[in-house]
Write a protein of this length. Structure first.
Length: 441
């Protein structure tokens, strides 16, 4: 490195955001992730013994994935290389892996390769890593905010350990905030900051488990606040709120949060909890989810989980979808909320859903039954010569427009696919079927 590059590096380090400056360099400084880094836990034992397996660190932003990799770099006796999946390609991977192979041959040193945002690598790039991970030439540490089970190919997954990084707990964030305020070298200690407890709680709320958001918001609050008569920078709740206008919503429309949140939304409606349904709906709206996607899920839930216990539910769900198309957002949130609440409060039945699934199983896996002759089309000349339609009984010619006759193929004539519940309107359906077919409850 020449003198100018060295000078630039020092300047960048001095002027880096607070979260970067406060990044821990040793394991003892690391905050959070006790489930894998607590005393005696797997990852701490592996790092301390310098016996790391290939792994993928998976979790939301600001939970310490890159920091943990840098700590490994500072503590391991192995060679350490770093790539970013955003800027690197197969050529870069080959250069690093060839260098690692040479290092192992010549000096017996293994190499740890850290790849940030590994989910951005395509299949060919991931495949380029595979033989080197498999042979143990490199120890791979990947970092990703996306679910690796969706984004990383199965061959590479089978050779790595998945470490789930959790959002930082409130006490973890408070510890980092106070550490930054008291650190006079890398932190904000030289600014003589006084901060209200209420402001700290607000900052923790805003950060929502993300250390980077907490520290960089705190720095902005300090740097944009004038000193008072006592030469102190006093930070209150209002200053924190004005330092970051919107609370960080952890929501990726194509990742884990998308699937987990819509799952919670559907299960809340199915579980008859309108308050929870509204909460998850609000999270999706605030996170920028496609309102038509939400409306489609409501329609499916109306039919799958409410069904004929309240036939009106499906009409309301479809109407909500149409309303969203007409009025758009943000007003579309209102019909979405109305439909979600209605579905949640409606009586439930999945009898139709189970019925079609069971019928499909028979159609797909068993012999397809022939249409009984009396049900076959008899509208063309010559049909009656085959006996088609001759013995068909027209229901409207009988009392209550009902007459018993076989509608299923001979192989399935005693099969029952639809078993109505006693919930809501479906109770009336059940009673009618029992009355028509003389069934005993």
């Amino acid at each position: 490195m020449d003198l100018f590059s060295y000078s630039m590096e020092r300047q960048l380090k001095r002027e880096a955001p607070l979260a970067e400056r406060m990044r821990p360099t040793i394991l003892e400084e690391f905050v959070g992730q006790k489930h894998v880094l607590g005393d005696g836990k797997f990852l701490r034992r592996s790092i301390s013994a310098d016996r790391l397996p290939s792994m993928i660190l998976y979790g939301p932003p600001g939970t310490g994935k890159t920091t943990l990799a840098m700590i490994v770099a500072n503590t391991t006796n192995m060679k350490f290389e770093k790539l970013s999946a955003v800027t690197s390609g197969v050529k870069d991977i080959r250069l690093v892996t060839e260098k690692a192979e040479e290092e192992l041959k010549m000096y017996g040193n293994r190499t740890i390769l850290f790849i940030d945002e590994i989910h951005r690598f395509n299949k060919s790039q991931q495949d380029a890593l595979l033989p080197f991970v498999e042979k143990g030439i490199i120890i791979l540490i990947g970092a990703t905010t996306e679910n690796p089970y969706f984004e990383v190919n199965k061959a590479l997954l089978s050779r790595t350990v998945i470490i789930k990084m959790e959002p930082l707990k409130r006490n973890d964030l408070k510890e980092l905030i106070l550490r930054a305020l008291n650190d006079g070298e890398k932190g904000l200690g030289k600014f003589n900051v006084s901060i209200d407890e209420e402001a700290i709680e607000c900052l923790v709320d805003i950060a929502n488990g993300d250390a980077r958001v907490a520290l960089n918001s705190l720095e902005l609050a300090v740097l944009t606040t004038e000193k008072d008569v006592n030469n102190t920078i006093h930070i209150d709740k209002e200053i924190i709120i004005n330092s970051i206008q919107t609370k960080k919503i952890k929501y990726d429309k194509s990742g884990d949060e998308h699937y987990d949140t819509i799952s919670a939304f559907i299960k809340s409606m199915r579980g008859s909890d309108p308050d929870a349904a509204l909460y998850w709906l609000a999270k999706m709206i605030e996170g920028g989810e496609d309102p038509k996607f939400i409306a489609r899920r409501i329609i499916i839930c109306a039919s799958e989980d409410v069904g004929n216990a309240d036939p009106q539910a499906l009409s309301i769900a479809v109407s909500a979808f149409r309303a969203v198309e007409i009025v758009g957002m943000p007003e579309g949130r209102i019909p979405l909320a109305q439909a979600a609440v209605y579905i949640a409060c409606a009586p439930k039945s999945n009898a139709s859903y189970l019925g079609i699934n069971n019928a499909l199983l028979d159609v797909r896996n068993n012999e397809i039954g022939e249409v009984p002759k009396h049900l076959k089309d008899a509208s063309y000349n010559g049909a009656k010569n085959f006996g088609y339609g001759i013995q068909y009984k027209y229901p409207h010619d009988y009392p209550n427009s009902f007459v018993e006759q076989q509608y299923l193929p001979d192989e399935y004539k005693d099969k029952i696919y639809y078993n109505p519940t006693k919930n809501g309107y479906e109770k009336m359906i059940s009673e009618r079927l029992h009355e028509l077919f003389d069934k005993n409850e």
